[in-house]
Design a binder for this molecule. Structure first.
Ligand SMILES: [Zn+2]
Length: 116
């Protein structure tokens, strides 16, 4: 089994970092309260703008939650690659991802060329 060079951190250190990232997001998700029901307001029956804003708030919160779940999936995939010994390799071209890039985003599955 060859020792993989994945930047300056060991496999164990990457794992700790990824798990910490995941746990941070899980905390955010756990702390996320479902948007409360809008209070009925008879005097503002015609206030469509406020209503539209409430819908927008709700959608933005849902979008944030979706993004957090996506991020957790990325982190889980990175942890899987760590176990498989492919961590630090681009999933598209199999070339090593630069250590700078990994340091910035340890969960990234792509090298700079395939990031977009
Ligand atoms: Zn690539």
């Amino acid at each position: 089994m060859s020792k993989k060079h994945t930047g300056t951190l060991s496999t164990e250190q990457w794992k700790i970092r990824l798990l910490a990232m995941r746990s941070d997001i899980e905390k955010l998700l756990a702390g996320h309260e479902e948007p409360r029901a809008q209070p009925e307001s008879d005097q503002e029956v015609g206030d469509r703008a406020a209503r539209a804003e409430a819908v927008l708030d709700h959608e933005m919160a849902a979008e944030t939650t979706r993004r957090r779940h996506t991020e957790i999936n990325r982190i889980n995939a990175a942890l899987k690659r760590l176990e498989d010994g492919h961590f630090g390799d681009c999933v598209t071209c199999d070339q090593p991802i630069s250590p700078e890039r990994l340091a910035l985003d340890p969960a990234t599955p792509f090298c700079i060329t395939h990031a977009k």
